[in-house]
Each structure stands twice: as structure tokens, then as C-alpha cells.
Design a protein around this ligand. Structure first.
Ligand code: ADP
Ligand code: ASP
Ligand code: MG
Length: 401
């Protein structure tokens, strides 16, 4: 008998038929004698629809009220799934994030889980109940409802698995595993039987939204055995773990992230302290900066170009415009039509030709590169968003992953 945490995403519970499909999978695991905790997301496009509803009322609503609204989507799912499981004749109880003991910090809309008080869940499991928990939500220490950021139900599930010391955490979704590229973009992408935490963390952070990146971080930290599987087909998925046995491929995956904007500060004074002024001012406003490029100085002036997520553009421009005189900057520009396309693989450390291969694939396709950044296990390029899907495809072809 094992303790299993299963997580089902929005498309897996989109309508009544699918809710019953999930109920079937959950109760099958229960019938085998396991203790089962199920984490669910809001049905289908519910979260997007709720955001749209909020916009109709107030485009500037506070993040606290947004969380009050968005958390309701998951509450619908847990009740419906519990009702389906009841109908199949099994003992079950649904719990919201706060009933399940999720305590977070106060960053509304992007909260981090601090602790999970698991007494209630443990007591329900002792009574042999199936426990259905709302993903994506918690409560801060002032009793405000918080949410964990888009895609955050994965993180709820992994955090619960860690807190309960579960034997495994299964993430059920609309694909049957992690692929070498998003199968919606690259139809001949291949399913990986295994992937390391580090590679999965890079892929997830660089746009492969099949797993929320913080869920992977947490799985690595607490050594949670994680598997990505299909909700609909009963086949093996992709196991995410510390070390993989599969042969080292040069590239484990290709991915793209369209949630990027490029900011350019043109004609800065070429003297010490300028970069410090720019990035400390942004840090103070909690704005995360990603790729950074500084030009060489010419005639006492230089440029700094960097990327931020799209939702931070307005804030970034406000900070920089205020700073403009102090920086001696001539002009500050921003562009939203960008995409970051990346390759990830632990095998590239010892293979110097990898970045060149990626650039060649883009060159052959006539795609211009605006910025480049690299780390030990990834290479990222910033390109025009209209070329993003083509870029993923040609790079995938190039490395024959
Ligand atoms: P859920 O609602 O179950 O959380 P998501 O939409 O968040 O599902 O994640 C699943 C989607 O992730 C897939 O439908 C797929 O299009 C996308 N995806 C992106 N990159 C990859 C990848 N490398 N492998 C598999 N799926 C990927
Ligand atoms: N429902 C939330 C979202 O759409 C959380 C999740 O699906 O993981 O982002
Ligand atoms: Mg998801």
C-alpha cells in the first residue's frame, strides 16, 4: 500500500464526462489499497474566463481581489470531482487550499508556499477517505486567499507529495509525457521516458508549460518521484528524477517562451555605476530581468538591452523613464513582438558545436537573432515572435532529437 498524490489539469476535468474519467482513475488507485490525495485545477478555460470577467469590471483590480476570484475555479472542480467519486460509491472529501493547510507568503498572484499543515489531510486519509484538494491556492498569515501563479497546481501537488512524504506524485495531463518539443508545434517530437530534474527545470523555465517550473524545483529539493502521464490513455509517461539511465542525448528539448519583451536603453553615459543604477532600481520594484546585453562604449556612450516578462513592461518603462535624466540616456524603447527560443540538454557541456548548430539552423531558415544567452545546459536566442514556431521546428530538425 502506497501514498499517492495525483494531479489532474484543467483539460482533464473540463466537462462531466472527463470528471468521471478522473474519478475512475482515482478510485482504481484507491481500490488497489493505496491512500490517494488528488489535486485538481479549474475546469478547462475557467481561469482565463475569470480573468476576462474581471477585466470587464476593472482592468486595474488589486491582486488580492484577483486571487479571491481566480481561486473559485479550483473550488468548483474539487466539489464536482468529489460528487463523481461519491457516485461511484467511494468515501471522499474535498478540501480547499486553506482547509488542506496551505500557508503561503503574501505575494498575491504569485505566492510561494511556506508550509503545509497536513493534520486534516492525514486525519481524512486515516479514515480511508479519498482526499480531493484544490490546487493553485493557499492562505497567507493574514488570512487572505492567495494563488501561486499560472500553472501553479503542479506546484501544489508536488508540495503536498513532499509534505506527506508520498511514495509518488503523478501529474496527469492532455499529453502522455514530456516531449523533445511541444508536440503541438513539432508533430514529430519524441516522448522522453526519463528526464533529470535539472533539464526539466530548464525546459519548464524556458516555456515548456507541461510542468510549472517551481514544481520541478520543489521535486528536486525534496526528492519527490514525479511522473507526467496522460489522463486519457493508460500508458507509461515520463519520469522526472535526479539521474537518468537513458543514453545522453546532446539536446533534450527545444522550447519557446512568448512571454518576453525587450527593453533597450540607448545612449547611456559610458561610466562606472550605470548598470548598477538600472538594475538595482528594477530589483527594488521586484522586476525580474532575464537576458542582458551591453554594447561596447563608443564616444562616451553605450546601450543596455534586456528582457522582462510582458506584464512587467509598463512598470519597467515607468522606472526607467524616471531614471532617464540620472542615467543620461537618450532614448528608452520597448518591443513586445519577441520570443525566446531555447535548447536544453546536459550533454551540451562537453560539445562546443551545439550553439553554432542552433545558429546555423536559424540562419538557414532566414531567422534573425536579436540576443543570445547561454548556460552550461542551455542556449537561448531572442527572435521575432512570428518566427518562433518555425524556429522550434528547424532547430528540432537540425539536432534530430
Ligand atoms: P494542464 O492543464 O494539465 O496543467 P498544460 O496545458 O498546463 O496542462 O500543459 C500541457 C501542455 O503543455 C500540452 O498540451 C503541450 O501542448 C504543452 N507542452 C509544452 N511543451 C511541452 C513538452 N516539451 N512536452 C509536452 N508537452 C508540452
Ligand atoms: N487554474 C490555474 C491556471 O489556469 C492553475 C493551473 O491550472 O495549474 O493557471
Ligand atoms: Mg499546467
Amino acid at each position: 500500500m502506497a501514498l499517492i498524490v495525483q494531479k489532474f489539469g484543467g483539460s482533464s476535468v473540463a466537462d462531466a464526462e472527463r470528471v468521471f474519467n478522473v474519478a475512475g482513475r482515482v478510485t482504481d488507485a484507491y481500490k488497489e489499497g493505496n491512500s490517494v490525495v488528488v489535486v485538481v485545477s479549474a475546469q478547462g478555460d475557467t481561469t482565463d474566463d475569470l480573468i476576462e470577467k474581471a477585466r470587464e469590471i476593472n482592468t486595474n483590480a488589486s491582486k488580492r481581489e484577483m486571487d479571491m476570484l481566480l481561486s473559485s475555479g479550483e473550488q468548483i472542480s474539487i466539489a464536482l470531482l468529489a460528487m463523481a467519486i461519491q457516485k461511484l460509491g467511494f468515501p471522499v472529501i474535498s478540501l480547499t487550499g486553506w482547509q488542506a493547510g496551505f500557508v503561503t507568503d503574501s505575494r498575491s498572484g504569485d505566492a510561494r508556499i511556506q508550509t503545509i499543515n497536513t493534520e486534516r489531510i492525514a486525519a481524512e486519509l486515516d479514515r480511508r477517505n479519498i482526499v480531493v484538494v484544490a490546487g493553485f491556492q493557499g492562505l497567507d498569515r493574514f488570512d487572505n486567499i492567495t494563488t501561486l501563479g499560472r500553472g501553479g497546481s503542479d506546484t501544489s501537488a508536488v508540495a503536498l507529495a513532499a509534505a506527506l512524504k508520498a511514495d509518488k506524485c503523478e501529474i496527469y495531463t492532455d499529453v502522455d509525457g514530456v516531449y523533445t518539443a511541444d508536440p503541438r508545434i513539432v508533430p514529430d517530437a519524441k516522448k522522453l521516458s526519463e528526464i533529470t530534474y535539472d533539464e526539466m527545470l530548464e525546459l519548464a523555465s524556458l516555456g515548456a508549460n507541461v510542468l510549472h517550473n517551481r514544481s520541478v524545483e520543489m521535486a528536486k529539493k525534496y526528492n519527490v518521484k514525479l511522473e507526467v502521464k496522460s489522463s486519457f490513455e493508460r500508458i507509461e509517461g515520463t519520469v522526472v528524477k535526479e539521474v537518468t539511465n537513458v543514453e545522453k542525448m546532446l539536446i533534450r528539448g527545444v522550447t519557446r517562451d512568448n512571454n518576453v519583451a525587450r527593453i533597450a536603453i540607448i545612449g547611456l553615459d559610458d561610466k562606472p555605476g550605470v548598470a548598477f543604477k538600472v538594475f538595482s532600481a528594477l530589483a527594488k520594484e521586484n522586476i525580474n530581468v532575464d537576458m542582458i546585453l551591453q554594447s561596447i562604449g563608443r564616444e562616451d556612450s553605450k546601450d543596455i538591452v534586456f528582457t522582462v516578462t510582458k506584464d512587467n513592461v509598463d512598470k519597467t518603462m515607468a522606472v526607467l523613464n524616471e531614471l532617464k535624466p540620472a542615467l543620461g540616456a537618450k532614448e528608452i524603447q520597448h518591443r513586445d513582438d519577441m520570443s525566446k527560443v531555447s535548447i536544453v540538454g546536459a550533454g551540451m557541456v562537453n560539445n562546443p558545436g551545439v550553439a553554432a548548430g542552433m545558429f546555423e539552423a536559424l540562419y538557414d531558415a532566414g531567422i534573425n537573432i536579436h540576443m543570445i544567452s547561454t548556460s552550461e545546459i542551455k542556449v537561448s536566442t531572442l527572435i521575432n515572435v512570428r518566427n518562433a514556431e518555425k524556429a522550434v521546428q528547424v532547430i528540432h530538425d537540425k539536432f534530430n532529437v
